[in-house]
Ligand binder design. Structure first.
Ligand SMILES: Cc1cc2nc3c(=O)[nH]c(=O)nc-3n(C[C@H](O)[C@H](O)[C@H](O)COP(=O)(O)O)c2cc1C
Length: 171
């Protein structure tokens, strides 16, 4: 199925986290829709504390590869988007909503993505010049996928629905 034929359900269900990209930029109009998808996510108390940092500069991307334990590959992305918040306002649920909105919207455009944890806050801050009282715990990578995306290094299956979901009371 071409991405353009996908329903929202199709897009959500078929989205995989992809770390293998061709060397091709994301056009401004496509990126604008992806960013708009992040913008429209709700936030706790509607505070909208998060800011998005779009990183296409290869020198900055290279510096960021050292900010996570599983981020050595992220300078191969066309763009990295960082989720930055004042430390006192950081709400990971808000970050997650923005990130998933953006990754599903990207998938709908044919653009692949993967979330990446920045375990080493100081390295991340230095890489992008973030103030000391701001946090950027997560980024997503964005890029056009290679033709034959290799299997994820982690398992691609999911917990069975009847194991995942309980109803009304815990047991
Ligand atoms: C909160 C979170 C943090 C993640 N951090 C990393 C990371 O640091 N590096 C990485 O390569 N993938 C990271 N991932 C991607 C997961 O490994 C990925 O979701 C998992 O492999 C499932 O992939 P699939 O879509 O192919 O099934 C992260 C995912 C989540 C949800």
């Amino acid at each position: 199925m071409s991405e353009l034929d996908m329903t929202p359900y199709d897009a959500i269900i078929s989205k995989r986290d992809v770390r293998h990209y061709i060397d091709s930029p994301i056009a401004d109009d496509v990126m604008a829709r992806i960013l708009q998808a992040g913008r429209m996510a709700g936030s706790a108390k509607n505070v909208e504390a998060n800011r998005l940092l779009v990183i296409t500069d290869k020198t900055v991307q290279e510096a960021l590869t050292h900010a996570g334990d599983f981020s050595q590959w992220i300078n191969t992305a066309a763009a990295i988007v960082g989720f930055a918040s004042p430390a006192s306002e950081l709400r990971l649920f808000d970050v997650g909503r923005q990130a998933q909105n953006m990754m599903v919207a990207a998938h709908g455009e044919g653009v692949a993505s993967c979330p990446v944890t920045l375990h080493h806050a100081e390295i991340g801050r230095a890489a992008v010049g973030l103030p000391d009282d701001w946090e950027m715990p997560m980024v997503i990578t964005l890029g056009w996928p290679v033709d034959d995306v290799p299997d994820s290094p982690l398992k691609r299956t999911r917990v069975a629905l009847n194991d995942l979901v309980r109803y009304d009371r815990w047991s």
